[in-house]
Write a protein that binds this ligand. Sequence first.
Ligand SMILES: CC(=O)SCCNC(=O)CCNC(=O)[C@H](O)C(C)(C)COP(=O)(O)OP(=O)(O)OC[C@H]1O[C@@H](n2cnc3c(N)ncnc32)[C@H](O)[C@@H]1OP(=O)(O)O
Length: 528
Amino acid sequence: MKREDLIAPEQYNLVSEMERFATEPQRIALKWENDLGETKQATYEQLMKQVNQAANVFTQNGLTKGDVVLVIVPRLIEAYVVYLAALKAGMVVIPSSEMLREKDLQYRVSHGDVKAIISYYPYVDQFEQITETQPLVKFTLGAKEDGWIHLDAEMEKASDEFAIAETLRDDMAFLSYTSGTTGNPKGVVHTHGWAFAHLKTAASKWLCIEDGDTVWATAGPGWQKWIWSPFLSVLGSGGTGLVYNGKFEPKKYLSLLQKYDVNVLCCTPTEYRLMAKVDNLADYQLRNLHSAVSAGEPLNREVIDTFRKYFGIDVRDGYGQTENTLLVGVTKGMELKPGSMGKPTPGNRVEIINDEGQVCAVGEVGDIAVHVETPALFKKYYKDPERTAMQFRGDYYVTGDRAKMDEEGYFWFEGRSDDIIISSGYTIGPFEVEDALVKHPFVKECAVVASPDEIRGFIVKAFVVLQDDVNPADPELTKTLQEHVKTLTAPYKYPRKIEYLTELPKTTSGKIRRIELRQKEMESPKQV
Ligand SMILES: CC(=O)SCCNC(=O)CCNC(=O)[C@H](O)C(C)(C)COP(=O)(O)OP(=O)(O)OC[C@H]1O[C@@H](n2cnc3c(N)ncnc32)[C@H](O)[C@@H]1OP(=O)(O)O
């Protein structure tokens, strides 16, 4: 595949990719199950009718092309309906996890110039304290709420026909927020053309979705990984997406893979690692699973060996970020070298560069970087030219991940070059956790770093200096601080380990030396 093959037509709306399957009445778009065993399904035709109804409700309530909407809907068929409806109407979606708390939501609403919120009923409470910087149109799904438009009821009255907005490939489609090393999250701007390039890169050669396949990509709405796989790649290929709305539990996952006879699986190494630890793996029959891919954090050899042994399948790695697409990966048919991330994906110019911005020699460690001409590279950080500029070196966007390349062009991951923590697929900025921790009256100061973990790859670890009158031996202390972080910021960011120190290592000018703490963690034995 060449770069040109990844460039969308000038007039392009990504929803056209899904809409073309609605002419086949039997084609199932989604199969849904929850932890109570309740099930639902929708064909492409049914899905697109609901999309049209929702798009009509949005426009009837004053929303129009270019308006930014924040969507906070969990793993439900309705999440697909709402995203597709907003995009079909030419609106811009801010994907938001239901784990986001008031501070995260307020920032997105204000910084993202949000015009509307689309929420599922238990999450409307999270907006109670939000200050509106402009009047917000608020929709709720699932239940009625004062001050919110009940989307389900309005959809029933709306027409199921809606003309797709004539968007251009350079028109914004998503504004996806991701954690930075310092400060507030960064708003990553992606266009309809980005979606086209991602679909062409990831769906056929990496996920390898074939006609009639059932695909389970486990990421939840609100994450860029959900946009990548379950949303764009599955529906854009006409596949049947499996959606499970329940807590992760490895045996449950294996039984669902068997029950739905899943053909393609996409999940994080953490999920694979936990499934690989199940003691009766031989009892599960995954006969028609022909493709298994992993993304979100580095994949380890044990997982590959276990899935080969029990299910006769190679788990293939894939690497990318919120800012781009599947940059490096093991495509089907390519020789798999366990421990390697694979090779740059066709059509995307990905290289390892040195501090001068030159391409590194074979075996030399450098920064994984993406050439600016790569079609699936983000446009900019929204309203943040400074941070956008900081991320570029010459003609390259610098990912923050380091690697080296072998003679055969395979990339081998070396680690992060900054303080960002990648824990079970989540990207976490230490600053956000420190900011929450220091707000607790027991905490004098703290520093947060990544600590290696056998299951999660890394976990968030906090080094805390307590106020003088607090006893570090108090058995409830760690739990108290963890719960405090979970209420102030999204709970997945909480420090799974806390160590108490009398002082933090600092430079002569008084700056905390996180690097020293990080190195200490790297050298200590892995946690089980
Ligand atoms: C380009 C990109 O890659 S985008 C980012 C993609 N990243 C992902 O999709 C993340 C993938 N990872 C996961 O989904 C999960 O880590 C899994 C499935 C691997 C493991 O899940 P779990 O261990 O059950 O929980 P998870 O890691 O999500 O941690 C969330 C924590 O917040 C807690 N939590 C979640 N919601 C709430 C809530 N509303 N209130 C309080 N706590 C909550 C959970 O209980 C859990 O805490 P615990 O470990 O003390 O129980």
